[in-house]
Design a protein around this ligand. Structure first.
Ligand SMILES: C[S@@+](CC[C@H](N)C(=O)[O-])C[C@H]1O[C@@H](n2cnc3c(N)ncnc32)[C@H](O)[C@@H]1O
Length: 239
């Protein structure tokens, strides 16, 4: 590692290395998310039929919600996260369910090396904004290397679709909406996200995805913030 390499284990913004934060995560997110419905919507969006022979890497898996759902129908799942505490919660939940085909690994976008067959699907959900843009580009190249040719990359994250000149009103409205959906405490997390984390514009994100050897098959956003991308690996990159 170079002295200039980004330290992805030093949490920016919301501190997911904190034990209490990890323990409360599912309660807080449960106020406005249904993990099962999200999983089914992702599978439909990606037009995945029978997943029994497929492998999936979940980068920034957190408390394992998506990894655990996937393990019930996929052959093998790798859940990757820089937070030992989030991984601890994920392992606890998957052990309770008796799941045997997930490997949870305490590492990250910039440090995980996939030592197995290239995966069919790489996903990252609500985690990619933890990297500044330069390192997002590096991470996308690394994701390319983790995937089979024609494999799918699914990104779900906060991406800004508005005109930069309108940032103040657009962000104020969006933050206020979270207070209504998830309460005042969660509003603070959303403010922290905007202030201290690294969500970016759609045109930057899309340029970086294409530069990393992917075709964007489709994308969607309901609110101009939370965005999903279905991308196909069309070429191998050297990194
Ligand atoms: C908002 S949570 C999302 C968790 C989960 N994907 C979900 O949908 O609920 C963000 C997660 O990204 C993880 N994270 C932050 N930086 C990371 C990195 N560089 N590599 C891997 N995971 C990272 C955090 O530890 C945290 O668990």
């Amino acid at each position: 590692m170079n002295r200039w390499t980004y330290d992805e284990f030093r949490h920016c913004g919301v501190d997911y290395s904190d034990e209490k934060q990890a323990e409360n995560y599912d309660n807080e997110h449960g106020r406005f998310r249904d993990y099962g419905k999200e999983f089914d919507a992702m599978i439909e969006f990606l037009s995945l039929g029978n997943t029994a022979d497929l492998s999936m890497i979940d980068l920034g898996c957190g408390t394992g919600a998506t990894s655990i759902y996937a393990a019930k129908s996929f052959k093998k799942v790798y859940g990757i996260d820089v937070s030992e505490m989030m991984i601890k919660q994920a392992k606890k939940k998957s052990d309770i369910e008796g799941i045997k085909n997930i490997e949870f690994i305490n590492t990250g976008f910039l440090t995980y090396t996939h030592k197995y067959e290239p995966a069919d699907l790489v996903i990252t959900k609500a985690a990619f904004h933890h990297l500044p843009d330069f390192w997002k580009q590096v991470a996308l190249l690394r994701m390319n290397r983790m995937l089979k040719l024609q494999g799918i990359l699914y990104i779900f994250d906060v991406v800004f679709h508005f005109d930069a000149a309108d940032y103040e009103s657009r962000i104020n409205d969006w933050v206020a909406g979270f207070e209504v959906k998830a309460g005042a405490k969660f509003r603070e997390n959303v403010e922290t996200h905007i202030r201290d984390e690294y969500s970016t514009f759609n045109w930057i994100m899309e340029g970086m995805i294409k530069n990393a050897g992917f075709r964007i098959e489709k994308s969607r956003t309901a609110d101009g913030f939370i965005t999903e991308y279905c991308c196909i690996k069309t070429e191998e990159v050297n990194i």
